[in-house]
Design a protein around this ligand. Structure first.
Ligand code: SAM
Length: 230
């Protein structure tokens, strides 16, 4: 795992909130073990679904609505998801069960641990949608977007692979753009304002997005992995 200068700081808030409904709680003990990624060892995504046309990762999938919708739309792709918030994981399991999805695997924990277990250039797409904004200056170091995480995102994306980042916090948008544009490994694909102002055609609105808690309308930043070194 890369060495983070601030130590293993939590980039997420709570990992459990209100009591989990009985059906969801039972899925945590029945379905989750079937779908859980074993990150104590290197994870080879194609060994999980050898016929997968593409491998996608969603970091911080929250309640799993987006993850499940994308997995439904692309049954030929393998969708990996990482989320430490147990209520969110339970909710995602409910969606996975309801849609009888067989192309999703989960890590119920910190995505940075999963990234470290993934081989280089193994992913076609990564989604980071409405990550915790940590708006106070003294909490900025908790933001998921840090140089070490960016290096890992660039490492696991294949050349031509894409990273989508969305936020409705102006300062986090600036923060992310500034840091991602420092690496030649990731190229911002926007040609015109509508490319970041309008939701991409294949975007599925998320639960957090619907709450409109930020200080701007959502922006969507899409980056392509170049063939250059990080
Ligand atoms: C503000 S919520 C947004 C959830 C969802 N993407 C949405 O838009 O509804 C951010 C989520 O990211 C998760 N998160 C934060 N740090 C994370 C990390 N290091 N790895 C995986 N998930 C993380 C949090 O637990 C939380 O559920």
């Amino acid at each position: 795992m890369p060495q983070y200068p601030h130590g293993p700081l939590r980039s997420f808030g709570r990992i459990k909130a209100r009591p989990i409904k009985a059906r969801r709680a039972s899925l945590l003990t029945t379905l989750l073990p079937e779908l859980a990624l074993e990150i104590g060892q290197p994870v080879a995504p194609l060994s999980l679904k050898p016929d997968a046309a593409e491998v996608w990762l969603e970091i911080g999938f929250g309640g799993g609505e987006h993850l499940a919708a994308q997995a439904t739309g692309r049954p030929d792709a393998l969708l990996l998801g990482a989320e430490p918030f147990l209520n969110g994981v339970a909710s995602a399991l409910r969606h996975i069960e309801a849609a009888s999805l067989t192309n999703v695997r989960l890590h119920a924990g910190d995505a940075r641990d999963l990234l470290a277990a993934l081989p280089t250039a193994c992913l076609d797409r990564i989604f980071i949608l409405f990550p915790d904004p940590w708006p106070k200056q003294r909490h900025h170091k908790r933001r998921l977007i840090q140089p070490e995480t960016i290096a890992e995102l660039a490492r696991v994306l294949r050349p031509g692979g894409r990273l989508r980042f969305a936020t409705d916090w102006a300062d986090y948008a600036d923060w992310t753009l500034e840091r991602l544009m420092r690496t030649t490994a990731l190229v911002w694909t926007a040609q015109r304002a509508d490319d970041w102002r309008l939701a991409p055609a294949d975007h599925v609105p998320t639960r957090y997005e619907a709450k409109k808690l930020g200080d701007i309308a959502p922006i969507y930043l899409e980056f392509e992995r170049s063939a250059l070194e990080a």
